[in-house]
Design a binder for this molecule. Structure first.
Ligand SMILES: [Zn+2]
Length: 438
């Protein structure tokens, strides 16, 4: 984005949204955004998560970039340090059942909160009906007690046939509990599923006493007897990380605050990297682009840029930011959180769009869009705890903007790479959003 955006939008507002603006806007370039997105999703960032300190590698990159642009530090050295508890997974990851080697991520997933495991283990199959029948469970435990200690139990979820909805609900609840409680006291639990769960670093804030693997039931040998596995996780009760803040002084102290989380899922061991282009390299690169524009265009409002970590682990960074403010919340005119900004061929979605504190801004976007047809649709959503605007929205007018459509590699998937991030609409979208900062 170039500095002309502010001028272009001011003109657009004054001359009643001349349609010619589209051509002017489309002529802006995406090179700086693309450059940052490529850097943030490169191998050396390790998925910006909690394995290999990927979050801190990304933080340092953002800090250097802010300094280079001439964005002032809002706190000393741009960093607000804090800690939270999290798990990481580094080192080799492998799984072999009998003689069949399974593919990590596509055929099985190990959450980072699982306990480490390496070596050979017997597999003890648990019929799934056993789990919802106390008598059957007792019998199973009595019969297998001596061999469970050093074994992995295998439960094939896909074979369960519930008699009614209530039984299905009960079964689902018991299966869910297996991620935090091991009724077999076994070395580990393997759950066979039809579709693997979305990968996420959240799930537990304490150390686990057993290993947990989710596998595609269709890939498990029918009479699985032996497991050979290797994976290494670590629990960090006080993981050191940081939020990052910069600002550009405006003509007035009233603030427009932009935020984006820079953390992502990191890695599943050495081999699987979650690059996180859409989520949320795109948001961070957008903020840096807006920051570059703000430095040269001298904005009316003071413009603050927040880069949060800990989002993927449960909005940890933005919660800390609200509890330990580094700027005056009473001066915030609007906070705009950007999270997942690739593609957008179907338009934009705005969360917390119906809050009385934010509707005037959303209306403004809708009016501009109606006149200029910049995006196919602006969809309003009520507030949800689905990104970093959530805790702020209880203190300041805050919205969360994301793109709609499929032009990105995948959600919480290693395929969410820079190359798959569609930027055809980027200039139009960022121009529209920048109108809120005028
Ligand atoms: Zn995100």
């Amino acid at each position: 984005m170039k500095k002309t955006i502010k001028t272009v939008l001011s003109i657009a507002l004054v001359v009643n949204f001349q349609l010619s603006i589209i051509r002017t806007v489309a002529a802006q370039d995406t090179s700086y955004m693309r450059y940052n997105l490529r850097s943030l999703t490169s191998e050396r960032m390790k998925g910006r998560g909690y394995s290999f300190r990927g979050d801190s590698i990304a933080a340092e990159y953002i800090r250097v970039e802010l300094k280079r642009l001439g964005v002032e530090p809002l706190v000393e050295g741009y960093y607000q340090p804090y800690t939270f508890s999290v798990h990481s997974m580094e080192g080799p990851v492998s799984m072999m059942v009998d003689k069949k080697r399974l593919e990590p991520y596509t055929q099985y997933r190990i959450p980072s909160w699982s306990k480490s495991s390496w070596g050979d283990y017997p597999i003890v199959k648990v019929p799934c009906e056993t789990l919802i029948d106390a008598a059957k469970m007792k019998k199973f435990l009595n019969k297998n007690n001596s061999r469970l200690d050093d074994a992995f139990v295998y439960i094939d979820r896909t074979t369960f046939k519930a008699d009614n909805d209530e039984e299905q609900k009960k079964y689902d609840a018991i299966m869910y509990l297996l991620s935090s409680r091991n009724p077999f006291n076994s070395k580990g639990i393997i759950v066979g599923v039809k579709e693997l769960s979305t990968y996420s670093p959240a799930g537990s804030d304490k150390e686990h006493s057993y290993a947990y693997i989710e596998v595609l039931a269709s890939e498990m040998p029918r009479k699985a007897k032996k497991l050979n596995c290797n994976f290494f996780t670590q629990f960090h009760p006080r993981y050191q990380t940081q939020n990052i803040y910069g600002y550009v002084q405006g003509e007035v102290d009233t603030m427009i605050v932009y935020s984006a989380h820079y953390d992502h899922l990191g890695t599943m061991g050495d081999s699987i990297v979650f690059y996180g282009a859409h989520d949320n390299g795109s948001g961070v690169a957008t903020l840096l682009d807006i920051a570059r524009d703000a430095v040269t265009s001298k904005p009316h409002y003071t413009t603050v840029f927040c880069f949060f970590s800990g989002e993927e682990a449960g909005l940890k960074g933005s919660k800390y930011a609200v509890d330990h403010p580094v700027f005056d919340f009473s001066k915030v005119r609007l906070m705009i959180n950007i999270d997942m900004f690739c593609g957008g061929d179907e338009g934009l979605m705005i969360f917390n769009a119906n809050d009385p504190k934010t509707t005037e801004f959303v209306q403004r976007l809708e009016q501009i869009n109606k006149a200029l047809q910049i995006v196919p649709e602006i969809r309003r959503r009520d507030n949800r705890a689905n990104s970093d605007h959530w805790f702020f929205s209880q203190k300041v007018p805050a919205i969360f903007i994301l793109t709609m459509g499929q032009r990105y590699g995948g959600y919480h998937d290693p395929k969410d790479t820079c190359d798959r991030c569609g930027l055809e609409n980027y200039i139009n979208y960022v121009t529209l959003i920048s109108a809120l900062g005028l």
